[in-house]
Each structure stands twice: as C-alpha cells, then as structure tokens.
Ligand binder design. Structure first.
Ligand code: ACO
Length: 310
C-alpha cells in the first residue's frame, strides 16, 4: 500500500495586479521584476475574501476531483502563515463549512515549505492505518501582510490556494520518499516584523534557496535508488524563476518538464506548490506513472521535498 494524491484543485482570485500597475505604487519597473524574478503579474484577493474563503474553494475542487465526500475526510491540515485569525484555525473553519463532521482539524506553519510539511504529516496518519482520507491545503492571503511601500518584497507575492486529498494508492505509487529540514539560524533573513509585514533579506534567502532546492531534489531521488534521468516532472516552489531553474538544471530537466506558474501568480508561499500541481495535472502535463519531484523552501528557514509516482 502507498499513500498518494486522490484528487487536486486550486483557486486564485480574479483581481490581477500587473508589474506595470506596481510601477505606480513603488519605485520599480516591469523590466526589473521580470528579469530578476520571472513574475509578470499576481492575483490579489478582495477585502471580503479571506484565507479560509480561498481554502474552501480549492478544497471543494479537490474533493470533487477525488470523488470523495467531505463527510469521509478524517483530518484537515492547512498550511498557512496568513490565517484569518491565530485561532480558531482555518482548518476548523473549513471543517464546518465543508460539513466534514468527523474530521480532526489543524493549521500548520512552515512558511513556503508548509505544504510539503503538511503533506508528509498527512502521509504518516494514513500509513499507520489511523486515517483513510486527509485533506491537505496550502493557502495564503499574503497581500494582507505585504508592505506596499517596500519594493524589496511587495513585487514578489500573490494570493491563492491549492488542495489535495491524500489516500491509499497501490504499491509503488504515491509518495516514495521525502526530506524535510529546517535551519533556525536563518530566522533573521525572512520574518514577519513588528508592523506585521513580511521582512526579507532577499540576497541571503536567494543564496540558501539555490543551494537547498537542487540538493533536496536530488536527495529524494537518491533515497529510492533512482537517477536524475528517471524524473519526469519537477514542481518547485514558485519564488523566483532563477531559483526554480537552479533545481531544474541540477536534475537535467528541460524547461517544458518543470511546472511554471510564477509569471502569472507570483510567490503564493505555501499555496504555490499545490497550485502548480493542480494546473499541471488538469492541463494534462502529468501522466499516469510519471515520477514527480515536488520541492519547496521558505522562512524559518525550512525546506521539504517529495518524490511521488503519479
Ligand atoms: N525594483 C527595482 N529595484 C529593486 C527592487 C524592485 N522591486 N527591489 C530591490 N531592488 C534593488 C535593490 O535595492 C538593490 O539596489 P542596491 O544594489 O542599490 O541596493 C538592487 O535592486 C539589486 O538587489 P539584489 O538583491 O542584488 O537583486 P537580486 O538580483 O538578488 O534580486 C530578489 C532580488 C528578487 C529579491 C532575489 O534576491 C530573490 O528572489 N531572493 C529570494 C526571495 C525569495 O525567494 N523569498 C522567498 C520568500 S518565501 C516565504 O517564506 C514567504
């Protein structure tokens, strides 16, 4: 028995904020943002749409895709650093709204690596036989903790949600290996400051990410005695196209085999990997039996990677 993804879905708000529009807000240019990050535009949630609203819309799609009823979910795990409130959790809000009456529910925080942490946490409960179906969501409304006067950060982030239903799959399929890690000495490089805004030393985070993302991608493949050439598809955290390409090049994967949504959504933190997975699956880029590597990093500093047979 393996543990894998039974269904996947995502939601992004309609409102688009382009680089050109950002030129009116801070001292930046479309050209700077494109060449340094790969971002062209991002989605911003309206004031009346909070994190739990986006999570709900993504969750409904994942449940429908998996053909699982909310009442059959045993546990809801929500990875987010932008919950509606510190408590109650977004997961509890969803439990009520979805009608997932028997589900336990909790939020989990590991910044942009949050979805990887949540996915691997969910896997354990299914493997032990404690639970059958787990809803795992990565969701962020980063716009509410973005300092719109800070050009170092405000050009990078966007809002959105991605969700998967985890369950039992046949042997040899699903999550084959994983790596999770943290380096608390890096807390000073990326954090929420006293004004509740994102504060970042971009250069330090960049250096860490171009080292860790490629290394973790290779580690999860070597753990299962496979080679880089066996990887069919890469889903990296969508933080910066240059960081994504560093992981891709280390695996020797051509551009068309890497999920890329950063140009239209920016960095959605814990939502970026499940959004990219959902778009890749529903556009037919991922096929049965493909070997996929998902890899992310984030504030903490944290990181996580998974090798998964689809
Ligand atoms: N427009 C124009 N100029 C800018 C902007 C902007 N939006 N932002 C910064 N600059 C300036 C800087 O002030 C700097 O000027 P200076 O040299 O006079 O001081 C100059 O551009 C160059 O800055 P660098 O830091 O060298 O630019 P770099 O090529 O490293 O790109 C970037 C900056 C895009 C932030 C990059 O470092 C990066 O992507 N870092 C990683 C960020 C990241 O992945 N964060 C993850 C967050 S995940 C989470 O947990 C939320």
């Amino acid at each position: 028995m393996g543990v894998g993804v039974l269904g996947v879905g995502h939601f992004v708000p309609d409102k688009v904020l382009t680089n050109k529009q950002l030129e009116q807000i801070v001292d930046t240019t479309d050209e700077w943002i494109r060449t340094r990050t790969g971002i062209e535009e991002r989605r911003i949630a309206e004031d009346d749409m909070d994190t739990s609203d986006m999570a709900f819309l993504a969750a409904e799609k994942a449940l429908e895709d998996a053909q699982i009823k909310a009442s059959d979910i045993d546990l809801i795990l929500v990875a987010t650093v932008t919950p509606d409130t510190p408590f109650p959790s977004v997961a509890c809000m969803l439990q009520e709204r979805l009608g997932a009456k028997k589900a336990a529910a909790m939020d989990l925080s590991a910044a942009c690596a949050g979805f990887m942490y949540a996915m691997i946490t969910g896997k354990q409960f299914i493997e032990t036989g404690a639970y059958q179906h787990i809803l795992v969501i990565g969701v962020e409304k980063l716009s509410k903790i973005t300092d719109w006067t800070d050009r170092n950060t405000c050009v990078l982030f966007g809002d959105g949600a991605g969700a998967v239903v985890l369950g039992k799959v046949s042997d040899g399929k699903g999550i084959l290996s994983f790596e999770l890690g943290a380096d608390g000495s890096g807390t000073k490089h990326l954090y929420q400051n006293d004004n509740r805004y994102i504060s970042m030393n971009g250069r330090e985070v960049f250096k860490f990410a171009v080292r860790q993302m490629p290394q973790s991608s290779v580690n999860v493949i070597e753990q299962i005695d496979l080679k880089k050439e066996d990887v069919d598809y890469l889903i990296p955290h969508q933080a910066n196209i240059r960081i994504m390409n560093a992981a891709r090049e280390r695996l020797g994967i051509p551009e068309e085999k890497m999920a890329k949504v950063i140009h239209k959504y920016g960095n959605n933190s814990s939502a970026s990997i499940p959004i990219a997975l959902s778009e890749s699956v529903h556009s037919g880029k991922i096929r049965e039996d493909d070997l996929i590597v998902l890899v992310g990093f984030g504030g903490g500093l944290t990181w996580g990677a998974v090798a998964l047979r689809w």
